[in-house]
Design a protein around this ligand. Structure first.
Ligand code: BG6
Length: 468
């Protein structure tokens, strides 16, 4: 079966992970963290150079075309585009960079999908106001978003407000893998609300200033379907709450304009519900997305926690569920993530049945593997059959979901060219294209040829594909 006509074959990346921080006048939280604690990053490799996209994008786009990539999701860095966060005045050099980049993408035939926030809070706003803990920062984000729409509205048809809000909570406020590494459940609850509000405010700004009739706006969520470890009602209950917290807390406001009432009741009962005004709730209720990007890597299997949530303990979402590792699972051992393609079918069906069959696409899916030098041939090509298998098996499940009527219109792999990964730096490689980071030499991997055939034929090549 072919994929539907017009299905978009793309790749995803982000500004902080690919551009390098050339000519940036402000630090984001990762720039700052690396400058103050380089040992927190794998082999002390930081975000200063990354994959040199800032200087190399013309050549990079040519390579992407060779890999069959017809659309690229990337992000504008708030800390590059805006000179004065309070007024929203732009930095000219930053503004010109993005303008030239988007023009080059159009010329190269790589459609830009532009996201406004990919984990990269400007350090000053984190330091001065506590980042997403502050409603003032929410307003500054709206200002920045509006500037971006005004500057690039004529060039861009696909806008996105956020990448993976859930990971912002997890990294910054719960499990300590993004600066400032706070552990504070109730603050994470407030941040979840504030990000939903910021997204709605950016959508409102878009509706106000957009004059491009082809332009749409969406958001990007990492969905981790919650599966109970067993039929035991306690495990089932753990999965119900995990689903509310991990997925529905962002899905429902974005698509339906409201928070899940069961989650609101639970948080209220625990005395940790967010601060929200009637006006803010009304704003969320009246600003929905046009399309959804879904990042999918792994499922979320859960069981009941060891101790009852009624025990005296600091509030964390995990008082209601405990992660469960399925015995005998297939795993990407470099990440510790179970590989479970069927969840993509489940997501497709949930979009169809629970979310009004909203237009959606896979905005990230891919496999990060360490030490890919193991798979280099004499010609210097990485034979990444594991990546081909991974994409093949996920796409086969996605296709079943599409055949069942789910409204999915694209697949973007993470990523085109190996890029910098937060704390892991260049440990795990995700690209269809290899980057020798010491020379910045970039070469196609075997998966790039497979992806090219996929994109050309709009049909799944076999996973045991061979190069001619
Ligand atoms: C997603 C992010 O969470 O997964 C990307 O949107 C990230 O920014 C990707 O790089 C892979 O995860 P990691 O931690 O291995 O880089």
């Amino acid at each position: 079966m072919p994929f539907p006509e017009g299905f978009v074959w793309g790749a995803a990346s982000s500004g902080p992970q690919s551009e390098g921080n050339f000519h940036k006048r402000h630090q984001n939280i990762f720039d700052y963290w690396y400058a103050t604690e380089p040992t927190a990053f794998y082999q002390e490799v930081g975000p200063d150079l990354t994959s040199n996209f800032y200087n190399d994008y013309t050549n990079d786009l040519k390579l992407m075309k060779k890999a069959g990539i017809k659309a690229l999701r990337l992000s504008i860095q708030w800390s590059r585009l805006i000179e004065n966060f309070e007024t929203g005045d732009v930095n000219q050099e930053g503004a010109v960079f993005y303008q030239k980049l988007f023009t080059a993408m159009k010329v190269a035939g790589v459609e830009p999908y532009v996201n406004l926030f990919h984990f990269d809070m400007p350090f000053e706003l984190q330091h001065q106001y506590g980042g997403w803990q502050s409603k003032h920062v929410v307003d500054l984000f709206e200002k920045y978003a509006q500037r971006a729409f005004e500057l690039y509205g004529g060039q861009i048809d696909h806008w996105f407000t956020f990448n993976e809000p859930k990971v912002i909570l997890d990294g910054q406020y719960l499990y300590q893998f993004h600066y400032p590494n706070i552990v504070d459940g109730p603050t994470a609850v407030q941040v979840a609300f504030d990000i939903n509000l910021a997204s709605a405010k950016a959508i409102a700004a878009f509706r106000k200033v957009n004059t491009n009739p082809n332009a749409t706006i969406g958001t990007i969520l990492n969905l981790t379907p919650a599966y109970a470890a067993s039929d035991d009602p306690r495990d089932q209950e753990a999965a119900r709450i995990a689903e509310l917290w991990s997925n529905d807390m962002f899905l429902q406001p974005a698509i339906q304009g409201k928070f899940p009432s069961a989650l609101v009741d639970l948080l209220k009962n625990d005395h940790v519900l967010w601060d929200a005004t009637e006006n803010e709730l009304a704003l969320i209720a009246s600003n929905q997305i046009d399309e959804l990007g879904v990042n999918y890597y792994h499922p979320f299997r859960v069981e009941a926690p060891d101790v009852s949530p009624k025990s005296l303990q600091d509030w964390m979402p995990d008082i209601y569920f405990k992660e469960y590792q399925l015995p005998g699972r297939i795993e990407n051992v470099d990440k510790g993530w179970e590989i479970y393609p069927k969840a993509l079918y489940d997501i497709a069906i949930s979009m169809r049945d629970r979310f009004g069959n909203i237009p959606w696409f896979v905005s990230e899916n891919g496999m990060g593997v360490s030490n890919e030098e193991r798979f280099l041939d004499d010609q210097g090509m990485v034979h990444d059959d594991y990546r081909i298998n991974f994409m093949h098996d996920h796409l086969a499940e996605l296709l079943k979901g599409i055949e069942a009527g789910s409204n999915c219109h694209g697949y973007f792999t993470w990523t085109a060219i190996d890029n910098w990964s937060w704390k892991n730096a260049y440990r795990n490689r995700y690209g269809l294209i290899r980057n020798e980071i010491h020379t910045q030499e970039k070469t196609l991997k075997k998966s790039a040829y497979w992806f090219n055939q996929l994109s050309r034929e709009n049909q799944l090549p076999p996973s045991n594909f061979e190069l001619n």
